[in-house]
Write a new protein. Sequence first.
Length: 640
Amino acid sequence: MKTYKIIAATGCPTGIAHTYMAQEALEEAAKKRGISIKVETHGQDGIKNALTDEEIDAADGIIIAADKDVNIDRFIGKPLINVPVSKGIKEPEKLIDAILSGNASVYKDGQAKKDRPSQSLQKTSYWHTIYAALMNGVSHMLPLVVAGGVMVAISFMFGINSADPKSPEYNQFAYYLKTIGGIAMNLMVPVLCAYISEAIAKRPGLIIGFIVGMIAYINGTGFLGGIVGGFLAGYIMLGLAFLLKRLPKQLNGLKSIFLYPVLGIFIAGFAMWFLSAPMESINKGMMNFLTGVQDYNPILLDLIVGCMCAFDMGGPVNKAAYVTGTALLAQGNYFFMAGVSAACIAPPLATGFAVLFGRKAYSASERSAGYVNFLLGSTHITEGAIPFAAKKPLKVIPMLMLGSSIAAILTYMFKVQVPAPHGGFIVLPIVKHALLWVLAILIGSIIGGFLMSVDQKRSAAKKQSDQEKQADSEQKSLSEQENQEDNDSKNLAQVFDIRNIDCKVQASTQKEVFQKLAKMAKQNWICSDENEVIKGFIAREKLSTTGMEKGIAIPHTELESIKKSSIAILKLTQGVDWKALDGEPTKIVIAMFIPKGKANDHLKYLSEVSKRLVHQDFIDQLYQAENAEEIYQLFLKNAG
């Protein structure tokens, strides 16, 4: 069985783009760090690349980048990071580094893994829990809205009244299309409500959520009633679970098939029924307000819609505008959806135009992504613009918001009507003033793309200028380093003497080595007292060993009897125990003799010698040297 150092799960409400963009970003970041990763995706087509218990147990840590329920309690007892899906797209390296550095906290530390429930929606914060539940409802609702909306829109191709049996335009096929599509659209509120409740209270919540959602739909509370009903049903079912948890285990079956549904529908059903009247008023008031603003100040409304759609490109703010558009669409308002659709299509198209206008300023991968975004944008997939916005959000997002707002405003000025909630340019045959709609989108996209390309060109020019300055700085630094290395060699030349190098020294103990060094120092006029030098070396060793790694020791002493700073080198014929850091015997001794009061000399020479000893090829040459001349030249040449 293959194991992975890190495993992850990604999921977004729609399950179209964010899910797989986060997956790709995490996999790419892991690849750069040379580690293995497996990413489970929760898309519209279900769970793919599912994680097994064995893979979870073997992983060092887990990353969840999702705005929907991904069954987090599978990961009890494992280091875990839980963030929105946008973080997985924008900051994959940061998330992976947090796992590798051990900074991730252990999820439900101390709880036995066998005690884990089958599902959980525990998130990093209360508000993220609320948002994830809402998005769970939206993700299940959107396919119904899209499919039903497109079916209804296609029926209009046979005539605006073609589904009405009393109309001269009546067409039976159009009638079937509109009827089937209408049924799907009518399920919007019950499904939204049910899956919000399901995210909170699991299967018991799902059942009561459907019932409460139908009450909300029948009483005309709209999607707002579906949202309130979903949370109402979910938390009522959690309350029931808490109240009934003390019942004997033998009654678990009775709870599931009798107590939960009966008590749940009684409490939540009555609560929703009595809430329906004020909720209906609120819903109608909100829709009337939006319609009124659209009639009296459409430019302001479409400016807001454009900014919302481009602000997070498929995120919660974008979804708020989109869901409002679908709700108005169900009431026959096609103008609002025209603006929303245009504002969603413009951002990815803008990135495509940006790479066209500023081709040389973008990398090859960015150009490829921009060209692909022409296709994504044409099919109403806004998320393709996210990688461009993520790199420079404070600059790019306002440009995209401007382009989307212009596109949305122009659609109203051109009196465009879009009866389908999704599909992009695929639904052009059923769009009223289709060519003007495309023109509005292109104008907004081109303006946004042009601004992006101008900014990118500036950034590229600045980057090139900075690189040139850095190259000049590095060249200057290199020259300074070469000069410094020359000075290092000159400094070492002052303390090196070929007479103080011996390649064939016989000694069996550390003290014998010190005796050899002291004798050499006395003979070559380095010191005036051999015994004092030996005592100085021994005293220094008592403080801590001077035995380094790889068989090298650097003993030193600072005495008044030492006349001049000097370095002596001995190569031993056999290894001597020096209590070295790696436990290996010492075979090469680089001893430093420093006059009293010149401690700075010791640090300077030790630094210059150490710079050479960090290079393995230098150490190899030192061991291979057969005479004093070779060692002398080796130390005096540049450290490289």
